[in-house]
Design a protein around this ligand. Structure first.
Ligand code: PHE
Length: 347
């Protein structure tokens, strides 16, 4: 049978070209692209051959179709072969790149500590829990009523000047003292009451020993026959537990509207050992705690029978405790998030 003119040569040339191009291809993505172009039904080197069928004389059609199929199958195979070789190479490369050396030392992560104030808070919670105290968590936004009025500090009371208050509205403020929690507790619960209440408080106050935001822990005990002696006994125990034996304290008469009598508790200055320095302003003592016997007016305001019950309360600044315990000479160190400072304390 006469061959369509030049078909063999053409097919030969196509093979040669495909072979040559395949040799040059070095990645599976390019092979995919090239394969697509070769088999393209319109313009592809092989793909377009079938379109010529119409022009082929009838008697040559069968032979033509056969030869075209042959070259198609041949090309498919060549592509497959090349593709699997390249795929294998690529996988090898990838495994190489992604290889993990499990004998390598692990990257060390810097581990953090709890903030010193949190550490002190937790220690105090432990001590007080051991003495049978419950924890009450108040809110940082308070009503003026709970922060002042119900604590025997009405609107025009001069004691309001003792604390520079951040008011949010005439009715709401950022609590200046955790004492606000005393009232909530006494409204919710009847004696016997024995709670501590740690939390943030806010005052417009800023120097080496004061910060506009600081942390307090309130304590409140209400029961039958509670006296200042109970307060004193408990404080002695607590202070020894926090600062160790030998820490000295002193009680000074003081004034708070919600306690009567009121006391201020000082501990001996850690920086100078009591001789007097700039931190303790030459006195040898640092004030850490306000306390007193709960004023009857406050108890009565909460519906507690003062014939039967009495109580004591205290409020302690936890930054102060942290400063004393860990030797910080400036309260700012506790608010600057300097890891060199914070990472030193792991108590
Ligand atoms: N709330 C007082 C203060 O912040 C401390 C205090 C609490 C005093 C309880 C007496 C009783 O200064």
């Amino acid at each position: 049978m006469a061959e369509q003119s030049g078909l063999s040569e053409r097919l030969q040339a196509i093979r040669a070209q495909v072979e040559e191009n395949l040799q040059k291809i070095a990645d599976s993505k390019s092979i995919y692209e090239y394969r697509k172009s070769v088999f393209d039904g319109k313009v592809g080197l092989i793909g377009s051959l079938m379109r010529e069928m119409g022009k082929i004389p009838k008697e040559e059609k069968a032979e033509f179709g056969k030869r075209v199929n042959e070259i198609k199958n041949w090309a498919q195979e060549e592509f497959e072969k090349k593709n699997s070789v390249l795929k294998e190479l690529e996988m090898k490369k990838r495994y190489e790149a992604e290889k993990i050396d499990i004998t390598m030392p692990a990257k060390m992560r810097a581990h953090g500590n709890l903030h010193p104030v949190t550490q002190v808070t937790n220690q105090l919670i432990d001590i007080f829990a051991g003495l049978g105290f419950d924890i009450y968590e108040g809110t940082e936004i308070e009503k003026d009523y709970y922060n002042f009025t119900a604590l025997n500090t009405p609107q025009d009371h001069p004691a309001r000047d003792m604390q520079d208050t951040f008011y949010l509205s005439p009715e709401f403020l950022l609590r200046t003292q955790t004492s606000a929690g005393q009232i909530h507790v006494m409204e919710e619960k009847k004696p016997p009451i024995k709670i501590i209440s740690p939390g943030k408080v806010f005052r417009s106050d800023d120097d080496a020993t004061h910060s506009p935001m600081f942390t307090q822990m309130e304590g409140l005990v209400v029961d039958e026959g509670i006296t200042l002696g109970d307060l004193k006994g408990m404080l002695d125990e607590i202070v020894q537990k926090i600062f160790g034996e030998g820490t000295t304290t002193r009680l000074r008469p003081s004034y708070f509207p919600f306690t009567e009598p009121s006391v201020e508790v000082d501990v001996s200055c850690f920086q100078c050992g009591g001789c007097g320095c700039s931190l303790c302003k030459g006195t040898g003592w640092i004030e850490i705690l306000g306390a007193g016997v709960v004023n009857n007016k406050v108890l009565e305001g909460c519906g507690i029978d003062t014939e039967k019950y009495s109580g004591f309360a205290f409020g302690v600044g936890l930054e102060r405790i942290a400063m004393l315990k860990y030797g910080y000479n400036n309260i700012k160190l506790l608010f600057e998030s300097d890891l060199r400072v914070l990472s030193q304390i792991d108590d």
